[in-house]
Design a protein around this ligand. Structure first.
Ligand code: HEC
Ligand code: HEC
Length: 219
């Protein structure tokens, strides 16, 4: 057991040393080096766009200004195949290979820090259905326990902010949790929790209503 522990520690130390050497000794690479992050973001532009506002045609959500902990968590989930490998997860299957381009934890942290530093982009309305925000507020009562009354998110619960996210992506994510396409990867307790939560939304009309309520929230 100790042998394993030591071996692991040694590997980590070696990896850390290599990163420092490879990055020219940047001391704060661990905390997410912004310049390196900006460089790496070139890999993301094609789908998430230069301003990080996302692109529904690429199925890529808005990510500009998302909290660094959430971006990092999701990059790790994709990289390890916890998210994005379900055969019916068209969007996830596009993002999964991209996550493999970030070779080290330092690179994941750096690009996450850069994404978090970007100015959020006001989403355009893309869903054709008109939801009822008043009915949606009723449905949202259960969501606010984790996502916050103002949709601001809660790191302790692993729950991302929902305000400022595009309506089409909220819709597609909720549907994917409901159809067990997102959240069914091995070792995804947060995804499983969300699969349970969307059970409170009986049908597509309820999903559209809750999204209409989320759109009334401001940060
Ligand atoms: C080939 C297109 C493509 C590229 C390039 C790409 N992504 Fe994505 N990304 C997607 C798609 C599609 C999704 C949505 C997956 C889903 O629907 O579950 C996504 C999802 C994400 C999410 C999850 C957002 C959330 O709200 O859960 C993050 C974070 C993310 N991408 C970051 C990045 C970063 C950082 C890069 C560059 C290193 C990148 N992506 C490159 C297509 C791409
Ligand atoms: C028990 C806590 C909890 C509750 C209650 C909850 N959520 Fe979540 N939600 C989470 C967590 C944790 C995640 C991140 C899951 C993951 O990594 O896939 C999440 C993710 C999401 C996402 C994906 C966001 C993104 O950027 O990819 C949406 C949309 C969402 N929740 C909507 C809702 C709605 C609508 C409700 C109420 C019906 C709700 N949630 C209730 C914890 C919760």
């Amino acid at each position: 057991m100790f042998g394993k522990l030591f071996a692991h520690t040694t590997v980590r130390a070696l990896v850390a040393a290599t990163i420092v050497i490879a990055s020219g000794g940047i001391a704060n690479a661990e905390d997410g080096d912004l310049a390196r992050g900006e460089q790496l973001y070139a890999l993301c532009v094609k789908c998430h766009m230069a301003d990080g506002g996302g692109n529904s045609e690429a199925l890529a959500p808005a990510i500009a200004g998302m909290p660094v902990w959430y971006v990092e968590m999701q990059l790790k989930n994709f990289a390890s195949g916890i998210r994005g490998l379900h055969a019916k997860d068209t969007g996830g299957l596009r993002m999964y290979p991209m996550s493999q381009w970030l070779r080290t934890e330092a690179d994941q942290k750096a690009v996450a820090a850069y994404v978090a530093s970007m100015t959020p982009v006001e989403p355009e309305k893309e869903l054709e259905e008109e939801g009822d925000p008043a009915r949606g507020a009723g449905y949202y009562a259960v969501c606010s326990g984790c996502h916050g009354a103002a949709g601001e998110g809660n790191q302790g619960m692993g729950a991302p902010p929902l305000v400022g996210q595009s309506d089409w992506y909220l819709f597609s994510s909720i549907k994917k949790y409901r159809n067990k396409i997102r959240g069914s990867g091995t070792g995804d307790p947060y995804g499983v929790a969300m699969q349970g939560m969307v059970g409170t939304l009986a049908d597509e009309a309820a999903i559209v209503d809750v999204i209409a309520h989320i759109e009334t929230l401001s940060q």
